[in-house]
Design a protein around this ligand. Structure first.
Ligand SMILES: O=C(O)CC1=CCC(=O)O1
Length: 95
């Protein structure tokens, strides 16, 4: 199942700079791990915002939730999920 996911990150202004650096490094490690597993095939920065647009490819809603909530920045994110279905006019979906 494919999901379009938007993550808006909001780190507290008074967050310890060392903790901030650790969190961002841990987030990158986890993101790379999920990409290598094939469940996070697209990750794009939203220009001018501390946000990303991602595509996740996972077997279920529960699996998506497990991926998202495993992210170190999870508690600092607002996440919007849109489940995707095949469009009948998609060239790739033509018989
Ligand atoms: O910077 C972001 O958009 C949050 C994030 C998701 C994966 C990652 O490495 O950073």
């Amino acid at each position: 199942m494919l999901f379009h996911v938007r993550m808006d990150v909001s780190l507290p202004h008074d967050l310890d700079p060392g903790r901030r650096t650790e969190l961002i490094a841990a987030e990158k490690d986890r993101a790379l791990e999920l990409q290598k597993l094939g469940v996070w095939p697209h990750l794009w920065r939203v220009v001018g915002q501390y946000s990303n647009i991602s595509i996740f490819d996972v077997p279920s809603n529960d699996e998506l939730h497990a991926c998202l909530s495993s992210l170190p920045l999870w508690e600092f994110m607002t996440v919007e999920v849109t489940p995707l279905a095949t469009h009948p006019s998609d060239l790739a979906a033509q018989p």
